[in-house]
Write a protein that binds this ligand. Structure first.
Ligand SMILES: [Zn+2]
Length: 182
């Protein structure tokens, strides 16, 4: 019996907190215009259909953007909480199939999501810097190797690096989640 038969995890996740996490991760030093890079940005209401998705307007170039603009999280039909959970499960080294089961999603959708998340959660954000407390020991166990040595051997080195970065993001996210729920 899958855990999802007992608990609908996605239903327990708070959308407001998911968007707060993205902002914390992406705009740790304040929102910046993804077009011109200016920090002269003002809040400009919220998304029409997603009430916690903050919109912004750039005072320098008059560009408009929101929390997800320019990231892999934008422009997809999955709600943000599905992405957050997907990233969490990637950090736990679940397979795409297991993630699909847990989230009640189609396997090919999950494959697309994990491929995109491996390139980085907020790929176009200017700084995805390492901070002091990253759980290196945890993410260092490149668990793609576990039980799938052939698949790993087939993959190139750059993929392994990208995969490591995704796990690093996942580890940071978990850490942040723990902090904010404490
Ligand atoms: Zn701008």
């Amino acid at each position: 019996m899958a855990a999802s038969d007992l608990i609908n995890l996605s239903g327990l996740i708070d959308d407001a907190k998911c968007f707060a996490l993205v902002r914390q991760h992406r705009w740790s030093e304040g929102a910046r215009c993804p077009v011109c890079g200016s920090g002269a940005v003002i809040r400009d209401g919220h998304d029409d259909t997603q009430p916690y998705r903050q919109r912004y307007r750039c005072k320098a170039c008059a560009g408009r953007f929101d929390d997800l603009t320019g990231t892999v999280l934008a422009g997809h039909h999955q709600p943000l909480r599905a992405w957050v959970l997907c990233l969490y499960f990637m950090g736990l080294n679940l397979s795409n199939r297991q993630i699909a089961l847990e989230l009640g999603l189609d396997g090919s959708d999950v494959q697309t999501m994990t491929e995109q998340l491996r390139r980085g959660l907020v790929a176009k954000a200017p700084e995805v810097e390492l901070t002091g407390e990253v759980e290196i020991d945890e993410v260092y166990v490149v668990a793609g190797h576990k039980g799938q040595p052939a698949a790993v051997a087939k993959r190139g080195g750059s993929d392994a690096v990208a995969s490591w970065q995704a796990r690093r993001d996942a580890a940071r996210w978990r850490r942040t989640s723990h902090l904010s729920s404490a």
